[in-house]
Design a protein around this ligand. Structure first.
Ligand SMILES: [Zn+2]
Length: 308
């Protein structure tokens, strides 16, 4: 998407920060998702090209023998953790399976066709030690990160699990909507950093990003939606005007509250050849031509929100 991007834009790498209280809550995350290395997809209905999980897991188990890890197949991911087996199993079901099921229910048909390992290290000691040992990398954050190079989400799970859902959105977005611009990719992922189930669906709640956004709105630092939606990866990640993540998140939150979010996603995806930024589709779904007026209305909506 961004022709001026650095080589490291090929590397999907996320810096995560988390709260450990609720399994689907989180604190500040800076996460950069690349859209240029779109993985091929696997249609679950014609899954003859499904990756070979059996040999992948056998290799992992062999490598991890007697090291105290539990390996669980939680398609399309493999979850690996060194907490007690029942805890790893519980996280695999309550966070990974739950979010995958809910995201697929509302948004995604295709699974990523490569196997992504989700490493849940039990504490900072394990996380630091194993990141060096297994990946020859030094963690740049105490919380966790996603490495496209290693097809791995590497986490210090002691800090919580909310951003796991944020990260899970990205490979699914790549597999289903590889043209998705950064604002919507990060907006949707950020929306589900703090989420719960509502009426059988995944539901994003207000979170820590609200306070900064409210400050930016009061300071007049929030960019027009036309600029946000057309921001390249370089602009979105490196040249924020206010907090791009927060603006994108609370636009998605607004659409969710108006029951327009899933409808918007599907229309945007269908129209992306003629409307690659999603801006025109946004105007249509909002039923407005006056986006200046809408922005004011949205800002007032955001200023009334509360967190916690
Ligand atoms: Zn992200």
């Amino acid at each position: 998407m961004d022709k001026t991007g650095q080589p490291n834009l090929f590397v999907l790498k996320c810096i995560l920060t988390l709260i450990s209280t609720l399994f689907l809550t989180t604190t500040p995350a800076f996460c950069k998702a690349s859209h240029r290395s779109s993985p091929k997809t696997t249609d679950p209905n014609t899954s003859s090209t499904e990756p070979n999980y059996t040999s992948h897991i056998a290799e992992l188990k062999n490598k991890l023998q007697n090291k105290g890890f539990t390996v669980i197949l939680q398609k399309p991911f493999v979850v690996i953790g060194d907490e007690p087996p029942e805890t790893v199993r519980s996280r695999s079901i309550r966070t990974v399976k739950w979010s995958v099921d809910k995201l697929k229910q509302d948004y995604y048909k295709n699974d990523p066709n490569k196997i992504i390992n989700i490493w849940l290290f039990k504490d900072s000691e394990s996380y630091n030690k194993h990141t060096r040992q297994f990946f020859n990398e030094r963690p740049t954050t105490p919380f966790g990160f996603y490495s496209d190079k290693h097809n791995a989400l590497i986490m210090n799970i002691a800090t919580g699990g909310g951003t796991l859902v944020h990260e899970i959105v990205h490979p699914f977005m790549s597999a289903n909507f590889p043209q998705c611009p950064p604002w919507f990719n990060e907006g949707l992922a950020s929306l589900y950093e703090q989420c719960r189930e509502k009426d059988g669906h995944i539901y994003g709640m207000t979170n820590w990003r609200l306070e900064g956004l409210q400050k930016d709105i009061r300071a007049g630092k929030v960019r027009p939606f036309k600029d946000l939606t057309s921001a390249s990866e370089f602009t979105f990640y490196h040249k924020p005007s206010g907090d791009n993540y927060a603006q994108a998140r609370y636009l998605c939150y607004y659409l969710q509250q108006k029951n327009l979010l899933t409808k918007y996603y599907h229309k945007f995806r269908a129209n992306c050849k003629t409307d690659p930024t999603g801006y025109e589709t946004l105007k249509k779904i909002l039923g407005t031509k006056d986006m200046k007026k809408f922005q004011k209305q949205w800002e007032n909506f955001v200023l009334k929100l509360k967190f916690p």
